[in-house]
Design a protein around this ligand. Structure first.
Ligand code: ZN
Length: 416
């Protein structure tokens, strides 16, 4: 078995790995680079048969999870190349496509199931459900020719599903030849680029903020980050407030098809829905009225927002600013920025809104990625023969963290 990292050996994002055994190949992730600008045409990595679908030695493409930097180029793959991903991840992307370019309607040949191996040519592939900020995310054990490669995808040990990481460390796959692991949060010395924080403390911070805010609490977060949705919902309840989703978030929550995820409906009386103008128009223009029908019992209208403002935690984006200003619901409000702090600098609309309304803004966030200590824990538990970093800007930093480390460049083939 041999491996080529096409992209991601020395950058965060654009993950793509090709694996070959007995003349047959599979591809793990076809991500879009994070530095590609909107609408930029990014060519597929040079994998034979990926764009034309004319090479039978390409047995399939496996998408580890629903983040753009892992699946974003999948739309350019020839339709007859078999595609595999999580069923919930697929539904989330499919539903997201109605609202956002961050979605896609793909046609998978099969779905990944936690610890259920499947065969593609000579490859036996076992997905491991992991704790990550994307819902339904997997690491992949790839076996062929008596060799074993463990591709972590993106993972962490400090999210709402930290039990999955604990399970992996307690009971890791054995006799691993190579662990191909992410190192998003590593610096060149192998230390963490961010102060460690976890989903639990984000919840705690939010409870305090929601209780201390006299008016509406506006939270800015990614609708696809279902862990964060749960954190914010729980914090809202602990502060005795109702939680308001927009239609996009409500739709993705339903798409998880998991009973423990809050969503509009009779089982979740404290979940409310506000449908912003832009989403109302999208529904009307597409004449897809079922998209609002199912939330009608939970809906709040602008006059409700003004009336109930001090009892609400409101899902918010810069695009909703004018509408809320018109609704007259912002007296005593505060903004909670629950995304990576760097994104705030690029959100001109939100910054202008905050300045116009003179609203306080506080940060409450933790990363979706593994801290160096968790990478160490994984490696210590798994005892692989070699560790190969990827999805990192500082691969050499791994040398101060774990051993033995092999560094490989993009486009280089190496044996497992
Ligand atoms: Zn990710």
């Amino acid at each position: 078995m041999k491996v080529c990292i096409h992209r991601g050996a020395r950058e965060i994002g654009g993950n793509c790995v090709e694996v070959e055994a007995q003349g047959v190949r599979i591809v793990l992730d076809v991500g879009r680079p994070l530095d590609a600008v909107l609408d930029e045409e990014v060519p597929l990595p040079p994998v034979a048969g990926l764009s034309a679908g004319d090479d039978r030695s390409l047995a399939g493409v496996i998408i580890s999870h629903s983040h753009q930097d892992h699946w974003g180029l999948a739309r350019q793959i020839a339709p007859d190349v078999p595609l595999f991903m999580g069923a919930a991840a697929h539904r989330i992307l499919q539903e997201a496509a109605f609202f956002s370019p961050a979605g896609a309607d793909m046609n998978p040949a099969g779905f990944l199931l936690d610890r259920q191996p499947f065969q593609l040519g000579p490859f036996r592939i076992t997905p491991y459900l992991v704790d990550h900020s994307a819902f339904d995310a997997y690491a992949l054990l790839v076996e062929a020719d008596g060799r074993r490669l463990f591709y972590t995808g993106d993972y962490r040990g400090h999210g709402r599903k930290s039990a999955l990481f604990a399970r992996l460390v307690r009971n890791p796959p054995q006799d691993i030849d190579v662990v191909l692991t992410e190192g998003t949060l590593l610096d060149a010395q192998g230390a963490a680029t961010r102060t460690p924080n976890d989903e639990r403390s984000v919840e705690q911070t939010c409870v305090r903020l929601f209780k201390a805010t006299p008016g509406m609490a506006l939270v800015v977060y990614s609708a696809q980050n279902i862990d964060r949705l749960v954190t914010l919902y729980r914090a809202a309840l602990r502060a005795d407030r109702n939680f308001v989703m927009d239609l996009y978030t409500a739709t993705l929550a339903r798409a998880t098809d998991q009973a423990s995820i809050p969503r509009p409906g009779p089982d979740w009386p404290r979940v409310k829905v506000f449908v912003p103008r832009r989403q109302r128009l999208a529904v009307k223009n597409a004449a897809e009225f079922e998209r609002v029908q199912w939330v009608r019992q939970s809906r709040l209208y602008p006059e409700d927002l003004a009336q109930q403002k001090e009892r609400l935690v409101m899902t918010f984006r810069g695009s909703m600013a004018r509408e809320l200003e018109e609704a007259g619901c912002l007296a005593g409000a505060a903004i909670v920025w629950s995304l990576w702090p760097g994104y705030l600098q690029t959100d001109q609309r939100l910054q202008a809104f905050q300045a116009r309304q003179a609203l306080p803004l506080v940060h409450a966030h933790c990363s979706g990625h593994a801290y160096p200590l968790d990478i160490q824990r994984l490696v210590q538990a798994m005892q692989p023969k070699r560790i190969v970093p990827m999805h990192t800007a500082a691969p050499a930093g791994f040398r101060n963290l774990v051993a033995p480390v092999d560094l490989h460049n993009d486009g280089e083939w190496w044996p497992v």
